[in-house]
Design a protein around this ligand. Sequence first.
Ligand code: HEC
Ligand code: HEC
Ligand code: HEC
Ligand code: HEC
Ligand code: HEC
Length: 237
Amino acid sequence: MKKRNIVVLAGIAAILVGHTAVVAADDPHGAANSINCDQCHITHGTLGEILVNSADSLVSTLCLSCHTPGGWAGMTLELSSSQRAQPGVSGTSHGWDAAARNAAVGTLPPQTTALLEHLSADSTVTCATCHDPHNNTVSPFLRLDNSANALCLDCHRQRNISSVKTYTGSDLSHPVGIALPSTATFHNPPLDTDGNPQPSDGNTTNDYVFGTGGTVMCTSCHGIHYTDSNSATVDGP
Ligand code: HEC
Ligand code: HEC
Ligand code: HEC
Ligand code: HEC
Ligand code: HEC
């Protein structure tokens, strides 16, 4: 949202804090950017059941109101609806308004309470399913540490396959959770766009990222936001 559109209700911070003393908004959703509770919450006439400044199913719209060109002053982490992935169609960012259960893509509603509680009322994934806008303990505002892909594998657990499958008529997926073998059988480290082992081309955003012990993960191959599927270019906002 633009600053001029914000309805500021005096005392909202005190009211909200009064209800839940533990909630604070960590930077950069705090003092460093002059953001108060009021920018995202209103106390009366609210559309969402959790008093956010938008309908519950539109939490993503709230996020995008600042995370957009011309949004919050000085915003560099911009996203727009045209970047949202629509499987098989287009997009450079993971989806943020689709049903959590999607048979075609093989997703199921998350099992972790921290994620499940933050689907919208109609069970769609929003920005706040993966991100906790208040708590930046696991940067960037993540609800789960994703260093071993716990976040990805919750909804996408049907793809948590650690062996190469032969064709059986069921869904196939690239294996994850196993270490990339030696350089004799695989390029390890993989080759960069200049033909030399990564990170030789100076573009770290196209490097394959491995887990502890050199394991292949979803995020070895997949990015979340700002992924243009072109390894020759730098991915970023
Ligand atoms: C950047 C936007 C933003 C700011 C700033 C913010 N909130 Fe929130 N808050 C949200 C969103 C979005 C939700 C709903 C998340 C969900 O469940 O999808 C929420 C949910 C809540 C909840 C419900 C419990 C929860 O964690 O889901 C409380 C209580 C709350 N906020 C209090 C506060 C207080 C107090 C402040 C100021 C210290 C604050 N918020 C600042 C966006 C914000
Ligand atoms: C009131 C404006 C505002 C709203 C609403 C808002 N953000 Fe932000 N957010 C910011 C600003 C400002 C930054 C810092 C941007 C920068 O560094 O260029 C930021 C940064 C972030 C970051 C990066 C954190 C880091 O440590 O690098 C994430 C992730 C994020 N926001 C997610 C969200 C999500 C999810 C929502 C909706 C629940 C949301 N934001 C709503 C203003 C906002
Ligand atoms: C499916 C989970 C998921 C959803 C949905 C999601 N994000 Fe993210 N987001 C992530 C993860 C994981 C990262 C960390 C990526 C990384 O470290 O490479 C991230 C990173 C970010 C960043 C930091 C980017 C940077 O380059 O520093 C911002 C800002 C952000 N998300 C905002 C949003 C907003 C706004 C929405 C909704 C419009 C959203 N996210 C929806 C998982 C998600
Ligand atoms: C809260 C549930 C949830 C989480 C967590 C989640 N996803 Fe998804 N993902 C979905 C759903 C639902 C779809 C299909 C609908 C859509 O695109 O929004 C999807 C679609 C995708 C797609 C297909 C996009 C396309 O354009 O074809 C990829 C790739 C993907 N997710 C990777 C990831 C990765 C990597 C992570 C971890 C950072 C992750 N997902 C975390 C629910 C989730
Ligand atoms: C070795 C690289 C690699 C790994 C590891 C990988 N993927 Fe993919 N994934 C791809 C490629 C390439 C495509 C595009 C396939 C196409 O266009 O036909 C894809 C497509 C997808 C899609 C789109 C739907 C589909 O079937 O076409 C989803 C969802 C997805 N991956 C999720 C995941 C998840 C979740 C993980 C981790 C469990 C994962 N992927 C691990 C490379 C990988």
